[in-house]
Design a protein around this ligand. Structure first.
Ligand SMILES: Cc1cc2nc3c(=O)[nH]c(=O)nc-3n(C[C@H](O)[C@H](O)[C@H](O)COP(=O)(O)OP(=O)(O)OC[C@H]3O[C@@H](n4cnc5c(N)ncnc54)[C@H](O)[C@@H]3O)c2cc1C
Length: 339
């Protein structure tokens, strides 16, 4: 069994007590930093892609890199734990909700500028939109991400991609905000990109802006057709109606050689349609767990555990989980457990 990856992105600094929200003046102070971007008691199932999760005490949507920096400096000084999210397409929230401050990066940080083959992208930019912008500008290198429903920050943090490609290969540099509000500029080669891996999963920095180094597409129409084909194939292969979080398990190269991708072995073991509570293994693609309406995080985690156990018993290979779990305290963990 591969080593269990546990708490890997606790962006908080400790010392927080849930009962201290009331009367702490925290919300008022946060509104001084981001006047129109602070909401309280937000049902996470209302914003989460999986439609799962209890209430978040406080959700903040910064408008700029300066907002992120001031927020982090403030939260660090007050020793208040916080967690950063994008569009939640790779996250499972705790049924108990979230007692840490939730910083959501999105629309206000969605700028995209192009100079030659360099594309500068705000971390809140919607991935399919920027893939289309690149195509319209005749730039190649990001067609494979055209169907990934996430933000640029989430994509870079996860080093996501499709068609056996990852975004990391075209990242020239990343600007991020550290725990005390300090700004970092890092070359793509210093971002620790590996298969669905980057240093941002561990270092607690908030990605603010990404520069992509793209190629010139020899034929813009061919690029457009390629993207349409990718989209059509995704529509055929992936569940379209029920809420889900994309692939639940990562591919394991050793297992792939012997048994194929996670979906193939999960299907062979008879899991398609297997249900726990409101969570069900999709009949369309066995590496997807869908929410039939009333699924809880507990249901999903139990299903994940069952599948991992069965695959290990059958193949002696461990499948690492790609989806990340956000605990009530604001720890982001990969729910890999012993078999
Ligand atoms: C239908 C479907 C299909 C999918 N297909 C694919 C696919 O083909 N390939 C693929 O790779 N993924 C796929 N995914 C998973 C998901 O879309 C990607 O991982 C995506 O890049 C996550 O982006 P997000 O903004 O939703 O991030 P979130 O899910 O909100 O967060 C994911 C991680 O990134 C961190 N994060 C988010 N924003 C920032 C930031 N600004 N700074 C620092 N850290 C940040 C979060 O803390 C968290 O750890 C799919 C998901 C769905 C629902």
């Amino acid at each position: 069994m591969s080593a269990t990856r546990d708490v890997i992105a606790d962006t908080g600094v400790g010392g927080f007590n849930a009962s201290s929200w009331a009367g702490s003046g925290l919300v008022r102070d946060l509104r001084r930093i981001v006047p129109t971007g602070v909401a309280t008691d937000v049902p996470l199932r209302g914003i989460s892609r999986w439609r799962i999760g209890g209430p978040a005490d406080v959700l903040v949507r910064p408008r700029s890199i300066e907002d992120i920096s001031r927020l982090r400096e403030f939260l660090h000084r007050r020793r208040i734990p916080h967690v950063v999210i994008g569009s939640t397409s790779n996250l499972l929230f705790d049924d108990a909700g979230l007692r840490a401050v939730c910083i959501q990066i999105g629309e206000p940080l969605a700028h995209v500028t192009i100079a030659g083959t360099r594309m500068t992208v705000g971390s809140g930019a919607w991935v399919p939109c920027l893939a289309r912008r690149a195509m319209q500008s005749g730039l190649s290198g990001v067609a494979h991400i055209c169907g990934i429903p996430g933000t640029m920050g989430g994509l870079v943090c996860m080093n996501g991609g499709s068609q056996r490609q990852c975004i990391g290969t075209v990242v020239a540099s990343v600007t991020s905000v550290g725990l005390t509000g300090e700004i970092h500029h890092r070359a793509g080669s210093a971002c620790g990109f590996g298969y669905r891996q980057s240093i941002f999963q561990d270092n607690g920095e908030v990605i603010a802006e990404v520069v992509l180094d793209l190629g010139v597409a020899p034929d813009r129409d061919a690029l457009r057709r390629e993207m349409l084909q990718i989209m059509a194939s995704r529509r055929r292969k992936f569940p379209q109606k029920q809420p889900n979080c994309g692939s639940v398990f990562k591919s394991n190269p050793a297992m792939y050689d012997q048994f194929g991708p996670p979906g193939a072995i999960i299907e062979r073991l008879g899991f398609k349609g297997r249900r726990i509570g409101g969570a069900r293994v999709s009949e369309t693609h066995a590496n997807f767990i869908v929410n039939d309406g009333d699924a809880t995080a507990r249901d999903v985690l139990q299903l994940i555990r069952e599948i991992r156990r069965a695959v290990f018993a059958h193949s002696t290979h461990s499948m690492d989980v790609e989806v990340r779990f956000v605990s009530e305290e604001g720890h982001i963990v990969t729910p890999n457990r012993e078999h």
